[in-house]
Write a protein that binds this ligand. Structure first.
Ligand code: GDP
Length: 140
């Protein structure tokens, strides 16, 4: 099924000059970039994005990290886009990520792991709407 999903080059990925590398890997995996921008979240905006994690012990640290610098959210489209993006990203913890994944190759910790990808259709819908208005995304 053709899906859309949200990915983000996180602040560590932008700082390490990996925007192009992340986009290249997604494109090489057959995904199409249909929207993309650079933004900087304030604390409240990062809390809103990660509200499902608000009870987790790492929430405050994650929010501080995600609001620490510019990020590059993008909407990716393709066959099974949600799962495909997560395969290209690799496991949350880079120590457990498979060879050739973005996180294995570039992440420095379980938190500073370069890239985000929606984990399901409902999450993708919420997350795309969090960053992009209808006018910024081409109709399907
Ligand atoms: P993802 O879907 O692979 O991004 O992982 P999760 O949805 O479980 O977690 C969201 C984000 O929170 C991760 O990408 C990390 O940046 C961060 N995170 C996850 N687990 C931990 C943890 O145990 N400690 C810290 N400090 N951050 C974490």
């Amino acid at each position: 099924m053709i899906e859309r999903t949200l990915s983000i080059v996180k602040p560590d990925g932008v700082a390490k000059n990996l925007i192009g590398e992340v986009v290249r890997r997604f494109e090489a995996a057959g995904l199409k970039v249909v929207a993309l921008k650079m933004v900087r979240l304030d604390r409240g905006e990062a809390e809103g994005f990660y509200h499902v994690h608000r009870e987790r012990p790492f929430f405050a640290s994650l929010v501080a990290f995600m609001s620490s610098g510019p990020i590059v959210p993008m909407v990716l489209e393709g066959e099974d886009a949600i799962a495909r993006v997560r395969t290209v990203m690799g496991s949350t913890d880079p120590a457990k990520a498979g060879a050739g994944t973005i996180r294995k190759d570039f992440a420095s910790s379980i938190e500073k792991n370069i890239v985000h990808g929606s984990d399901g259709p409902a999450t993708a819908s919420f997350e795309i709407g969090y960053f992009f208005s209808a006018l910024e995304i081409p109709p399907r």
